[in-house]
Design a protein around this ligand. Sequence first.
Ligand SMILES: Cc1ncc(COP(=O)(O)O)c(C=O)c1O
Length: 304
Amino acid sequence: MAPTKQISANNSTYSSQTQSSAGKSNSHINKQKTSIRGLVAELLSCVNPDKPLVSLAVGDASVYPCFHQGQDAIKILSDSNSSGEFISYAPSFGLPRVRRAVAEYLSWGVRHGIKEEDVYLMVGGTQAIQVCTTVLATGRGANLLIPRPGFPLYEAKCCLSGVEPRFYDLLPEKNWELDPAQLRALADHNTVGLVLISPNNPCGVAYSSSHLLQIAETARDLNIPIIADEVYGHMVFGGGKFVPMASFAHIAPVITIGSLSKRWMVPGWRIGWLAFVDPYGSLKQVCFLIFFLWSLIHYTIRHN
Ligand SMILES: Cc1ncc(COP(=O)(O)O)c(C=O)c1O
């Protein structure tokens, strides 16, 4: 814990220095640890040179040659690049054929098929998380239910968007399942969603159909969407089975987050997506905001 304390102390020193200078900046970014890589970089900057580090952060399989993708993927990418076909502005939400491919992939075994227009391409799962928390920030007091232990980016992005992160526990004695009664106790009329990570980082569990059904019923009763982080989709241990949360979208609306980073082991390509699985159209307003936000981001990128 010592290095973390050191870092918080450094952060607050940094924060007070920047806030007292003439140019003011977003104090949330100074106060919060907004990325794991940022935190690791800080840790690495204060290592003891006499003590070698053992890295437990195996978040990027692609650094190991045994996990390198075959030449096929690389060739497809370089052929696309040299074809000259993709040098112009792409539509803000991604090329239709790419959105269609993601929609088809996500629709396997899912009752309510996902359509091309339900898919929004993002810069990795990371940006999908950022976009979700930004559009769900409905104003003062909005809160989001997120798992503990969890993936720290959710807490960081909540803080940046002004959303209160409310932590629900994953229970080790129940194979890291959650307790729906705790969700009900934590939620109130300002709760804007429930984040579920399955297969889970860091606990490794892929939730069963029956548990996902319980969660969907709880979200339905609370009248909130489920943000299903399935960045590790289809990666399960032993005889485990991956069931997409979208299978239960007829009970509660689902926003699925995914990316090529883990299963396809190309995290450097930064390709991710958000998909709305919302058969009854309850998330129309959220979709509209994503449309608006995303168009704005693209406009800014193109015109600066
Ligand atoms: C649970 C979870 N969600 C999202 C992400 C971010 O995905 P990406 O690397 O595609 O931005 C990660 C990355 O480690 C993750 O573990």
